[in-house]
Design a protein around this ligand. Structure first.
Ligand SMILES: *[C@@H]1O[C@H](CO)[C@@H](O)[C@H](O)[C@H]1NC(C)=O
Ligand SMILES: *[C@@H]1O[C@H](CO)[C@@H](O)[C@H](O)[C@H]1NC(C)=O
Ligand SMILES: *[C@@H]1O[C@H](CO)[C@@H](O)[C@H](O)[C@H]1NC(C)=O
Ligand SMILES: [Zn+2]
Length: 609
């Protein structure tokens, strides 16, 4: 009897549980469907308001954007609270609904009360406006904006003192004014993240990678594998700068002054390739002269990029894209020039905002931004919570992966942007060094920005230490030093880098610079490429395109490890593809530094010319 009851009772209970679970599951299906329908409209409106502000900075547009942000926060809160009330435990739901509802439950800044939210919106809008409208007045009276003026000056000037003046001017104009605001912003942002159950905003950002708290350890381990190559590159470039600027300015054992590397943040060094070219007299690797002599304009550059995507069997840009994109800097108003790609959540309206300059750097940037658009297009039929990258690094990697193929001399020759292609070891080293100036030089920068921000959000770095911590990371990781003394009570160099005032997380770029080589390797293999990895051009390979597409259309519906496995056949992030790509250069740099008697690395001395 007891036995029968045991069996019957369990059977009944099992049935009850099963049908309760089915009810909960179908409720969840209806709830998430409603969410996506409603979110599409709310996100469209708030994206449009943000677009209007960034392409026309004015008080009126700021107010309109903030009004939409308040509406969208109310929406997030309404659905988030409903999700928490109706689905306190999502573990019994199927994966799709579970992932969607878990993400709907996170309110972010919608946790803030009205006064706090208004202040938060004012702070973020204001910091971005300060950055986007900052200018530097040069000794000769010229007033320079960042894009295109200071960017071009940093790229092309080889005058130590002019570069120093521009560098100092920019960090003072863009960084200093927002130091106080940044602290207030951090307080509010943390308040919102704590309400979601995170220790601070840094922990919230890291949660997007679904790595159980192991993201920082993982990126540190990847960096440890790549640091030796970076250090060899650094020593080689330091020697070349020493030859250019002399021993008054460059110390062969010390960090490099930050303003000599062709870029306001010393984040990518490709613009000083002319100073470091290993073998002069070989054909160039720069398509800029050909683009300019052939009358390229922004439209032609965008069409060139689109054609590459289409050649892989991927999507064309939509009519709305061509109608609404901002291709060049308007002359009649202030805009946020920093290039970006936009999804308006209605499956057809996607846009890029860019102040295009006709050169190869911007051609590559267009591929980068169009990679975001392609991702938006490929996952447009996913529910809204899944319309994102497998992780944020994947989103950044798509266009860059294609650009690795586009940059090959073989490809540039094919599309008429390089006259002749030399195929010998010296030409190959020239090409690999030019790639390293962007791809390897970037790595420690990609790592240090969020190492700084994570430590600010966690409270380890209070306001009084903002500048000191920044300088420390710049020195330890990048081996660079500010060209003029910094003042910890007024200077705020982090504020002079777009992603800090614009509050865009940054570790995604470090991740992207690793995984894009994995994607590239896998697509090259699919295209049937043979020979050194760095020579691969998968143009017109439908097989390569299909591999990428399988990953893109998943959006964030699965953990990124699943998407990684779809494209590479392995679930891990790995530096092996990157190391293989650069292996001939790695050997060459070691040899060269040895010949020069240079020891890679730098002393900790606070050296300044
Ligand atoms: C979904 O929306 C419909 C129509 O507005 C409503 O009747 C229904 O209750 C909603 N379902 C859930 C689960 O929120
Ligand atoms: C979106 O904007 C349109 C046009 O201003 C408006 O009619 C609509 O109600 C807005 N929708 C939401 C959800 O705010
Ligand atoms: C490359 O492709 C071949 C055949 O398509 C496959 O057998 C091999 O496993 C692939 N290798 C890598 C590293 O993806
Ligand atoms: Zn991007």
């Amino acid at each position: 009897l007891t036995g029968t009851c045991w069996l019957m009772c369990n059977l009944v209970e099992h049935q009850i549980n099963k049908s309760a679970r089915a009810d909960l599951q179908s409720e969840a299906v209806a709830f998430t469907a409603n969410y996506s329908t409603d979110a599409a409209e709310v996100y469209y409106n708030s994206s449009l308001a943000a677009w209007n502000y960034q392409t026309g900075i004015s008080e009126e547009n700021l107010n309109a954007m903030n009004a939409e942000n308040v509406k969208s926060a109310a929406f997030t809160k309404m659905y988030g609270e409903q999700a928490k009330a109706e689905f306190p435990d999502t573990s019994k739901l199927e994966e799709s609904e579970r992932r969607q509802i878990d993400s709907i439950k996170i309110l972010g800044t919608a946790n803030l009360n009205e006064a706090d939210l208004n202040q938060y919106n004012d702070l973020t809008g204001g910091m971005e406006a300060t950055y986007s409208t900052a200018t530097v007045t040069m000794p000769d009276g010229r007033v320079l904006n960042l894009d295109p003026d200071l960017t071009a000056l940093m790229a092309t000037s080889r005058d130590y003192n002019e570069l120093k003046y521009a560098w100092k001017g920019w960090y003072e104009a863009a960084g200093r004014p927002i130091r106080d605001d940044y602290e207030s912003f951090v307080t509010l942002s943390n308040k919102a993240s704590v309400a979601d159950g995170f220790a601070d905003t840094g922990e919230y950002w890291r949660s997007w990678y679904e790595m159980n708290g192991q993201l920082e350890a993982t990126v540190d381990a990847l960096w440890a594998e790549l640091q030796p190559l970076y250090t060899e590159l650094h020593a080689y470039v330091r020697r070349k700068l020493y030859e250019k600027y002399g021993s008054n300015y460059i110390n062969l054992k010390a960090p490099i002054p930050a303003h000599l590397l062709g870029n306001m943040w010393a984040q990518q060094w490709g613009n000083i390739y002319d100073l470091v070219e290993p073998y002069s007299g070989k054909t160039g690797v720069d398509a800029t002269p050909a683009m300019q002599s052939q009358g390229y304009d922004a439209m032609k550059m965008f069409k060139t990029s689109e054609e590459f995507f289409v050649s892989l069997g991927l999507d064309k840009m939509t009519d709305e894209f061509w109608a609404n994109t901002m291709f060049v800097k308007p002359t009649d108003r202030d805009v946020v020039c920093h290039a970006s790609a936009w999804d308006f959540y209605n499956k057809v309206d996607f846009r890029i905002k860019m102040c295009t300059v006709v050169n190869m750097e911007d051609l590559i940037t267009i591929h980068h931004e169009m990679g975001h658009i392609q991702y938006y297009q490929q996952y447009k039929d996913q529910p809204i919570p899944f319309r994102g990258g497998a992780n944020p690094g994947f989103h950044e990697a798509v266009g860059d992966t294609l650009a690795l193929s586009v940059s090959t001399p073989k490809h540039l020759n094919k599309i008429g942007l390089l006259d002749e292609v030399e195929e010998d070891d010296e030409a190959d080293i020239n090409y690999l060094l030019s790639q390293a100036m962007d791809k390897i030089a970037f790595l420690p920068f990609g790592l240090m920005i969020d190492k700084w921000r994570w430590s600010v959000f966690s409270g380890d770095t209070p306001k009084a230490k903002y500048q000191e911590k920044w300088d420390q990371l710049r020195k330890d990781l990048q081996g660079i030093t500010p060209p003029v003394e910094r003042d910890g009570t007024t200077d705020f160099d982090p504020g002079a880098k777009y992603h800090v005032p614009a509050n865009t997380p940054y570790i995604r770029y470090f991740v992207s610079f690793v995984v894009q080589f994995q994607f590239y390797q896998s697509m090259c293999n699919a295209s049937g490429h043979q020979g050194p990895l760095y020579k691969c051009d998968f143009y017109q390979s439908k097989e390569a395109g299909a591999k990428l597409q399988k990953m893109l259309e998943l959006g964030s519906s699965k953990p990124w490890q699943f998407a990684m496995n779809e494209i590479t056949g392995s679930a891990d992030m790995s530096t092996l593809a990157l190391q293989e790509y650069f292996s001939p250069l790695t050997a060459w740099l070691k040899q060269k530094n040895l010949e020069n008697g240079d020891t890679p690395g730098w002393t900790d001395m606070d050296w300044r010319p």
